[in-house]
Design a protein around this ligand. Sequence first.
Ligand SMILES: Cc1ncc(COP(=O)(O)O)c(C=O)c1O
Length: 313
Amino acid sequence: MPPYAYFRKQFMPLAEAKVGILTHALHYGTACFEGIRGNWNDDLNQLFLIRFRDHYERMHDGFRILKIDPHHTIDEMTELTVKLAEKSGYREDVYIRPLAYKSSEAIGVKLHDLEDDFFIIISTLPAYLDSDKGVRCCTSSWRRVDDTMIPARGKITGIYVNSALAKTEANQRGFDEAILLNHDGHVSEGSGENIFFVLNGKLVTPPSSDNILMGITRETVIELARNELGIETVEMSVDRTELYIADEVFFTGTAAHVSPVLEIDERRVGDGKIGKVTKELQRLYFDAIKGKNPKYLRWCTPTYSKLVQAKRS
Ligand SMILES: Cc1ncc(COP(=O)(O)O)c(C=O)c1O
């Protein structure tokens, strides 16, 4: 089956969904997107879309920042996503990318008096970070953009130049991922992940005021830690040197899942092995997002109707 996209108000083969080279968003980064996971559960013969309404709610915050009118409500976007996933028929984990953008074919830097459009694509995604083995990181020489520059709380395409600079620098220096600091030297996040620490016996993560994307996986992990491990997460600013003395460090993200960080700036984190809290949270997280824990099925929206399931099996 060819991959499909939802584009210009219809479903079509991905290969036919094209934009013109004058498209505003291509020139100026004026678009807002999301990354949503669909996880295949073989036992239930079902593809679960994970917290996808939460992703669309965050996306709508981005629309307000970028003055985008996507011409679709959150309800319509969620319905279209289920339809696209069902039509595509995957029986493996997938990644869904909705994107709303300034679609006018016009030169000129601004946000107003431009047309907007919206599309959704669906594909598979190779492992983003090695969540089984853990990752090696460096602190980036690039600083995280400030809310007064490009607001990190919006998943705005233009902001990802900041992430790409940091990621490429890290990879080309032989590290798996970069950790970005704020202009004031506090830890912000990875190039595409939020970051957590076990520090002096507490589970700690930087607050929204440290220019992070308010991650949905971050929220998931905070809830799992509270409900299942009885651990409250402390949201507080973290110094660079606290990266070096933390007992455990891990990243969270839709693409990155829960990924242990085992080395930072050529210093071992803790004893250099995956820590106890990280391991427990990984287990809880994977069970929840695969639809294996009935308590968290509210995060998992089934894609395939019974009729389609019957036809497939
Ligand atoms: C910069 C950045 N931070 C954090 C995250 C994690 O957010 P979420 O858990 O909602 O995927 C992402 C991924 O979307 C990201 O791009």
